[in-house]
Design a protein around this ligand. Structure first.
Ligand code: ZN
Length: 165
């Protein structure tokens, strides 16, 4: 599930209507077929995945692919998706902007841990609102098991604006 973070009530910033532009770039049919890459300029996602899998999950996550997501020209300004997990295909994607010098490794690993946690904490269904809840109370409780949880959340609050630009 997308690990979506944004300042509450930040929608006002997006009231300006986006100008729609037609794509002039040639489409790249091969792009989707590129092999997954876990190696970034600063961080190797696979290395962190294996470390976290051993430390927090007893190596329970098997057959997963972890990859840096593709850079997109257009992205929403009011929230930022640090990572996501696709259970059907067992793919964890991490936003490429996290592959940066100013990002502490423990923050990146918090994002990875968060996505990995989705694969072991079952989601619930809210009948009243008719929607799935992926961030359940159990999820939030277990999220705190991550060693740098408090530090990572603070860092996220402090640095979110750098990702929203
Ligand atoms: Zn999540």
């Amino acid at each position: 599930m997308p690990h979506k973070k944004g300042p509450t009530g930040a929608k006002s910033r997006a009231t300006k209507k986006p100008i729609k532009r037609l794509a002039v770039r040639p489409t790249l049919p091969m792009q989707r077929e590129l092999p997954f890459s876990h190696v970034g300029k600063f961080f190797d996602l696979k290395e962190s995945f294996h470390k976290l899998n051993a430390k927090y999950f007893g190596n329970a996550l098997r057959g997963y692919t972890i990859t840096w997501g593709r850079k997109r020209k257009e992205r929403p300004r009011e929230y930022f998706i640090f990572g996501s997990i696709q259970e059907e295909d067992k793919i964890i994607r991490i936003h490429p902007l996290l592959d940066a010098r100013f990002v502490p490794k423990w923050f990146l690993e918090y994002v990875i841990y968060h996505e990995m946690l989705h694969s072991v904490v079952p989601e619930k269904y809210d009948r009243k609102r008719r929607r799935r809840i992926v961030h359940t109370e159990e999820f939030f409780e277990r999220e705190k098991d991550f060693h740098w949880y408090a530090r990572a959340r603070k860092w996220e609050t402090k640095n979110l604006a750098r990702f929203l630009q």
